[in-house]
Design a protein around this ligand. Structure first.
Ligand code: URA
Length: 202
């Protein structure tokens, strides 16, 4: 983690940070079959940081987060909420876990300095967490995602005085299996859109 912190701290832009992630050899997922690192995509001046779980097969192939079926659903929902140009999208880990299993808390904490640096560089107005593994990793929350979703929390970094309201919601891959849960995510996205509006009126 010291090495991740050192590399992350040296990045002055999100582009630097992507290069720092690619150069980082300390994540055990690297040696488990991932073909490349997957860092982020979207607006480098985004007002919303979106954090998913980890890359899947399509992401591993393309080197970009959320480019598979779940990502396409996410993009459609972001577009419908008018958020497309306002987001930067990343994950809690940057290498595909074998068999698309959930990343372990240890794998997530090894990668966390890069996620935190992305947050510090972007200083977004709001953060959207996709799924239980993302919510657990960022908020260290005990409750399940069904309890957490829809409720604003605060994410504050120990160093650097960076903080932002955080909205946990359901993962788009879950919505592919449970389409009726889209209404909850839709409501969370509207909350997010309102949060952005409220901020800019002040
Ligand atoms: N699921 C995730 O959590 N992240 C991705 O990048 C793709 C699918």
């Amino acid at each position: 983690i010291a090495e991740a912190r050192r590399l992350a701290a040296g990045a002055a832009t999100l582009q630097d940070l992507a290069a720092a992630v690619a150069a980082f050899e300390g994540c055990p997922l690297r040696g488990m079959g991932a073909t490349q690192s997957v860092f982020g995509r979207g607006n480098p001046n985004a007002s919303v940081l979106i954090i998913g779980e980890g890359p899947g097969g399509d992401e591993d192939r393309m080197g970009q987060p959320f480019v598979g079926k779940a990502g396409q659903l996410l993009d459609r929902m972001l577009a419908a909420a008018g958020l497309t140009d306002k987001v930067f999208i990343t994950n809690t880990v940057f290498w595909r876990p074998p068999g698309n299993r959930t990343p372990s808390p240890q794998e997530q904490s090894v990668c966390a300095p890069f996620v935190e640096r992305a947050f510090a560089l972007l200083q977004p107005k709001a953060v959207l967490l996709l799924g239980a593994a993302s919510a657990k990793s960022v908020l260290q929350a005990e409750e399940g995602i069904m309890k957490l979703r829809g409720n604003w929390k605060e994410w504050r970094l120990a160093e650097g005085a960076v903080s932002a309201p955080v909205m946990p919601t359901l993962h788009p891959a879950f919505l592919l299996r449970q389409p009726q849960a889209k209404r909850q995510v839709w409501s969370d996205l509207l909350s997010l859109a309102v949060c952005l509006e409220t901020d800019s009126v002040e």
